[in-house]
Design a protein around this ligand. Structure first.
Ligand code: GLN
Length: 202
């Protein structure tokens, strides 16, 4: 399994480390050509305004859309979730629009800039997931093709999946718990298995 981490800005090193701990080959992606041959890509947390600006500066916009359209698995954490969304009213440029999500940036207000919560995640064994939120966004609306994987106690949606696309408002790479990384690699793996079949057998 060969997975990339978009390394334009943000906490990409922590993601790469988590992937390697699971035995995946992790590539720090700085140029669009590096997407060739990858099964999966993580867009890390950081600053979504900066990441989207650099995506355009380095010519990633089309390349990332193609990667998703070809069935590549993509996971956005925090700022990465903002980048993947289709509608972000308070972002200064267009997000990628790969996931049918409306996302609100810095949604938890200044007094709770950072907080932690125990989340029950759909399909995840081993008990609640300890989630770290840092100036986090939330999902304010999700399209019909989106499966909500986790919500806060008040119903706020904070993790979602749409096909091979995954979004989390929090930072699984900052805890020692690699269950989300494993779930993501499994999503990407489903694809490679599928593609090994001849087209008529799919
Ligand atoms: N507040 C940041 C943004 O809007 C996201 C923060 C994060 O990725 N930890 O881009």
């Amino acid at each position: 399994m060969k997975a990339g981490v978009l390394a334009l800005q943000g906490d990409f090193e922590e993601h790469a480390e988590a992937l390697r701990r699971l035995g995946a080959e992790a590539v720090e992606v700085r140029l669009p050509e590096q997407l060739d041959g990858l099964d999966a890509l993580i867009i890390p947390g950081g600053e979504s305004t900066t990441i989207t600006r650099l995506i355009d500066e380095y010519g990633f916009r089309e390349a990332l859309r193609d990667f998703g359209a070809r069935g590549g698995a993509i996971w956005g954490t925090c700022a990465g979730m903002i980048v993947l969304a289709s509608d972000v009213p308070d972002l200064d440029r267009e997000p990628l629009g790969l996931m049918d999500l409306q996302v609100r940036r810095n949604a938890f207000g200044r007094q709770v800039d950072s907080f932690e919560a125990e989340l029950d995640v759909a399909g995840m064994n081993g008990g609640p997931f300890h989630a770290v939120f840092i100036r986090a966004p939330l999902v304010s609306a999700a399209g019909p093709g989106v499966e909500v994987l986790a919500s806060l106690a008040d119903g706020t949606m904070v993790a979602a999946r749409q096909g091979r696309l995954l979004a989390t408002a929090f930072h699984p790479e900052l805890t020692g718990d690699t269950r989300f990384h494993r779930l993501f690699l499994a999503l990407a793996g489903e694809r490679t298995e599928d593609e090994r079949l001849p087209a008529r057998a799919r």
